[in-house]
Ligand binder design. Structure first.
Ligand code: ADE
Length: 226
């Protein structure tokens, strides 16, 4: 999977791309990330990429020309989906991550300042996602969230594919509690069922706990109001 990232802050990705699962996915060539600095597509001597909003008001807007050129450069004439991260986008959820993890090549556009010029959104952006109901200073962290989420789903990246299949949100609900050694820690014991060796009972216990946690923390996932 090849991901082009259009950003004003490519250095933000340096460590992120080297560590943990994403680092492994890159080393295994399960994913490839091409960082493109939007500022390289500015033409004036100050390499300006933002300007005042028409109609006035606070905040700057990212200019259309550098974005247009940067997107066309990334596309190289190919039909590649362009994802734009904005708090105005559709909430990114695991089924969508799963769907996008199967795409061969895509472009992620990271906005900054107040927003990007609407004409780029209207003509070049395929889909807009938000990662939650809060406002970040730019799309770089959402882009990292997305890259991490799709990278760990690539074949051969997770040691044990089951660990993706039992994640929270994979089945529309949250995951169950997990324990590791020692069997007793600070007087707290691992539930007996998990050391019983009875796989049917273990699965039943996990399903029940997953439901319990979902009911408590995310009743909306079960179709209930808060
Ligand atoms: N850009 C700024 N805030 C964001 C959010 N919550 N999700 C996606 N992109 C963003």
């Amino acid at each position: 999977m090849k991901i082009h990232v259009l950003t004003l802050f490519p250095d933000m990705f340096t460590n992120f791309l080297q560590e943990s699962m994403v680092g492994i996915a890159l080393k295994q060539k399960a994913i490839e990330v091409n960082l493109i600095d939007i500022r390289d597509f500015a033409h004036d001597k100050h390499r300006t990429t933002d300007d005042y909003p028409y109609g006035g008001g606070a905040g700057m807007v990212m200019k259309p020309e550098p974005l247009y050129e940067a997107i066309l450069f990334a596309k190289q004439g190919k039909e590649i989906p362009v994802i734009y991260f904005t708090p105005q986008g559709k909430l990114l959820k695991q089924p969508t991550v799963f769907e996008y993890s199967k795409i061969d090549e895509l472009i992620i556009l990271c906005g900054r300042y107040k927003e990007i010029d609407q004409r780029i959104r209207d003509t070049l952006v395929t889909v807009e996602f938000s990662i939650g109901d809060y406002v970040l200073s730019g799309g770089e962290i959402p882009a990292m969230v997305f890259i991490d989420a799709v990278a760990r789903l690539q074949k051969g990246v997770l040691g044990d594919i089951d660990s993706a299949l039992t994640d929270s949100h994979q089945n529309g609900i949250l995951g169950c509690p997990h324990y590791t050694r020692p069997p007793e820690f600070n007087g707290l014991k691992v539930p007996d069922v998990l050391i019983s060796g009875n796989h049917k009972k273990i699965e039943e216990w996990r399903a029940e706990k997953a439901l319990e946690i979902t009911r408590k923390n995310r009743p909306d996932l079960l179709g209930n109001d808060e």
